[in-house]
Structure formats: structure tokens, C-alpha cells
Design a protein around this ligand. Structure first.
Ligand SMILES: *Cc1c(COP(=O)(O)O)cnc(C)c1O
Length: 220
């Protein structure tokens, strides 16, 4: 538990997988965590965080940015198109691009603003009705569509179904990325990030194993 422990486990998983040390980015998922816990992790020198709601991020990160340099904030939850411009002002990366309408909106706002957060395309590897993400069968075409809009597509993201072996989903995501020439893989959470690293994760999203159990309910 805690930042140092997770960093050590990531380093070990990198070595065991024959990956370069430091090749995996740790996104500390701070959603619904008390501010003092987030601040403690900032004080330890960590700068890369994940939030799953635009509104919640807008409530806490502008203040932290005034006090800590170099914050790298990633949106890992669903994005409504009408919050896209606000997301541009808050996040350096969006991991949940999953439909043409959202991709179009991001491309248009990128033109207007003259910059664009990094884009990860979310794939619904478990083909679950309740989950966001492009279906695996539609992923190649959607990736091409995003590239044609000049979106800075860094890679793919998935959230495996809770009751299935995550390794199968990580492997599928890796396969879709490889055949599309994408190197970024946003996959792995508190319970399975080592498995994800073994299967090529470049970005792991770890919340409760760093900060402790979330105290407020979370509907994500
Ligand atoms: C909450 C969340 C996480 C972190 O989950 P933990 O199990 O607490 O590590 C990772 N990814 C997404 C998309 C999330 O919503």
C-alpha cells in the first residue's frame, strides 16, 4: 500500500517483463479521495494523476496547480461532448475517446485552441452494454478516423469486466494496438497492474492501492 510500495512493484514488474526501467507511467487515480491524501502524494513528489469526472477535477486541480509545478492530469472517465472545452483546460491526456462525435468535437476544439491533450481510444474489450468504449470490431476503423482528424492518438485504453480474467483483455488490447502501430497501452488498476505491465502496459491507473479505499461512493 502507498506510493513507494506501488513504485517498487512497478519497477519489479518492468524488470520481470524485460521492460526498460521507468517505461511505465503511474497514473495515481485520485477520484473521490480526501484532499489531504492527494496532497500527501504530491508532497512525495508524484505529479501524474487521474480523475474520472471533469467537474470533480475542476474543483480541486486548479488549486493544486498553483501550489505544485508540473502536474500531469489524465481524464480516465467518460467525457460528454459539452464538457470537452473545459477538459482541454484541465487535462494533459484524455483516455476515454470512444465515439466519432467526441473525436470530432476534440478535433474542432483543438483547431480553435491551438493545442490538444494526448488521446487514448477506449476499447470495450468485454463488449459490455453498460461500459463505454468502441467495440473491438470497430476499433481499427475508429483509430483510422481519429488519425485522419489529426488527433494525437497515443494508444488504447480498456477496463476489463470485473468477473473475467483481465489478462485476456490486456492481450486483446495489445493486439489491436500492435496491428495499428500504436505503442501506448493504458491498462491495469490496483488489482492487476503487474499483469498489465507483463502484457505491455505503458500507463497503469492505480487508485485505492496508493490512497486507500475510496471513502465516497463511486459510480464509475
Ligand atoms: C477508479 C478507476 C481506476 C482505479 O481503480 P483502483 O482499483 O482504485 O486502482 C482505474 N481506471 C479507471 C477508469 C477508474 O475509473
Amino acid at each position: 500500500m502507498g506510493l513507494e510500495d506501488i513504485r517498487a512493484r512497478i519497477a519489479k514488474a518492468e524488470t520481470e517483463a524485460g521492460r526498460d526501467p521507468g517505461s511505465v507511467t503511474l497514473i495515481a487515480v485520485s477520484k473521490v479521495q480526501p484532499l489531504d491524501r492527494v496532497e500527501a502524494v504530491l508532497e512525495q513528489g508524484h505529479r501524474c494523476f487521474g480523475e474520472n469526472r471533469v467537474q470533480e477535477a475542476a474543483g480541486k486541480w486548479p488549486d493544486f496547480r498553483e501550489r505544485f509545478d508540473g502536474i500531469d492530469l489524465h481524464l480516465i472517465g467518460p467525457l460528454q461532448t459539452n464538457k470537452t472545452r473545459q477538459a482541454f483546460g484541465l487535462f494533459q491526456a484524455i483516455h476515454s475517446v470512444d465515439r466519432p462525435k467526441l473525436a470530432n468535437t476534440i478535433a474542432r476544439i483543438a483547431q480553435e485552441e491551438g493545442h490538444c491533450p494526448d488521446v487514448f481510444i477506449q476499447v470495450n474489450t468485454g463488449e459490455e452494454d453498460q461500459k463505454a468504449g468502441i467495440m473491438p470490431a470497430d476499433a481499427d476503423a475508429f483509430i483510422a478516423e481519429c488519425r485522419a482528424m489529426d488527433l494525437p492518438v497515443q494508444g488504447l485504453m480498456c477496463i476489463p469486466p470485473v468477473d473475467e480474467e483481465p489478462a485476456l483483455h490486456f492481450a486483446l488490447l495489445g493486439k489491436i494496438a500492435a496491428r495499428n502501430g500504436l505503442t501506448g497501452l493504458s491498462m491495469g488498476m490496483s488489482g492487476d497492474f503487474e499483469k498489465a505491465i507483463a502484457l505491455g502496459a505503458t500507463h497503469v491507473r492505480v487508485g485505492s492501492a496508493i490512497f486507500g479505499e475510496r471513502v465516497a461512493p463511486d459510480s464509475a
